[in-house]
Write a protein that binds this ligand. Structure first.
Ligand code: NDP
Ligand code: 13P
Length: 328
């Protein structure tokens, strides 16, 4: 059934999701705060700043007006960075159509509150049905129509399933779950670990070290994800293990690239958005609050704060007391 999907955010992921929704047979409107970018997407069918030379299909109605974008929408996708989501949803609240679900697509934890994106959205839009979309999915792959699978989560499992059906497209397969927290925790925490693994790659510590960091990092992701209220099984899925594998193994990941840059001893200035940078510190704080051991996340914070080099941090991880191999 054709419907109108409103995408808030004209970056790489917002544009890619808009393209996927078009391919799914829907009308698509997109909001970008920068009018020049909205015009480029609508009129020139490119988004050079965020998606390079990818040619966009005809039909994305982009605008810098939230009211215009939200009018007649039957699904809203929120696709601005996690730290900007509260202010964008607050600005959009007055124009949000009644009862229309908002699908949160950012991967992060709000720095100043420690809230997952759905938790801050529930404060801003208390009467709106909320869901999250997450999983291993590079915007450039989705925009090019390469096959991708993600998970749509909502505490209302029927809504999650319904949205998964409506957002699926020929090359974009959506699964569904009612474990909203698990899906969001997986998406947010894998970014921090991708920085750690990228740093090891940049410092040329070898493939064995990378595999160890991914595996032991995944234990931390599951520990913290469960403490936040997610299910351990969810974190074995697309928005957990799946996304960790993707972002820890590819230079296409901005978080991996950010870590690799630090690992080479270079300045990250001017790099693209890496959500793990904003999430690392608050993730470590939450682990502390729940009394959870997260040495790799803590080391990533220390690296980001410039306290120690990758080699020093890895040496101190290696020097920890020998213990049984726990899996969560
Ligand atoms: N790129 C990817 O492959 C994927 C990204 N994601 C997640 O999606 C989210 C968005 O990422 P992505 O689109 O890639 O990021 P980009 O950096 O490509 O784009 C961010 C977009 O958000 C806008 N924006 C930033 N801050 C604000 C603000 N305060 N108010 C309004 N608009 C703002 C930017 O506008 P402006 O240009 O005006 O600054 C830009 O349009 C992130 O949480 C990311 O982790 C999830 C899956 C895949
Ligand atoms: O979330 C992503 C892939 O699933 C995108 O990863 P980066 O933000 O690290 O590029």
């Amino acid at each position: 059934m054709e419907e109108t999907i409103a995408v808030l955010g004209g970056g790489a992921w917002g544009t890619a999701l808009a393209v996927s929704a078009l391919r799914g047979g829907h009308r698509v409107k997109l909001w970008a705060r920068d009018r020049a970018l909205a015009d480029e997407i609508s009129q020139h069918r490119t988004n050079r700043r965020y998606l390079g030379e990818v040619r966009l299909p005809e039909g994305i109605a982009a605008s810098d007006s939230l009211a215009e974008t939200l009018r007649d929408a039957s699904i809203v996708l929120s696709v601005v960075p996690a730290q900007a989501t509260r202010s964008v949803l607050a600005e959009a609240a007055g124009d949000m159509p009644d009862g229309v679900p908002v699908v949160l697509c950012a991967k992060g934890i709000e720095q100043k509150t420690g809230k997952l994106v759905s938790q801050l959205a529930a404060e801003t839009l208390p009467d709106t049905p909320l869901a999250a979309l997450s999983g291993p999915s590079f915007a450039a792959d989705v925009a090019r129509g390469l096959p991708t699978a993600v998970t749509v989560a909502s505490e209302d499992g029927d809504l999650a399933h319904d949205l998964a059906e409506r957002l699926s497209a020929p090359a974009f397969r959506c699964y569904s779950t009612d474990d909203l927290i698990g899906v969001e925790a997986g998406g947010a925490l894998k970014n921090v670990l991708a920085i750690a693994v990228g740093a090891a790659a940049g410092a040329e510590l070898g493939a064995s070290a990378r595999a160890a960091l991914v595996t032991r990092g995944f234990v931390e992701l599951r520990r913290l994800g469960v403490a936040l209220g997610g299910h351990a099984d969810t974190l074995m899925g697309l928005s957990g293990l799946g996304d960790l594998i993707l972002t820890c193994s590819s230079e296409k990941s901005r978080n991996f690239t950010y870590g690799a840059t630090l690992g080479r001893g270079q300045s990250p200035e001017g790099l693209k958005l890496a959500e793990g940078v904003a999430t690392a510190n608050i993730a470590a704080e939450l682990a502390d609050r729940y009394d959870i051991d997260t040495p790799i996340i803590d080391a990533t914070v220390s690296l980001l704060e410039g306290e120690h080099s990758v080699r020093e941090l890895v040496a101190s991880l290696m020097a920890r007391p020998v213990k049984p191999e726990d899996h969560i």
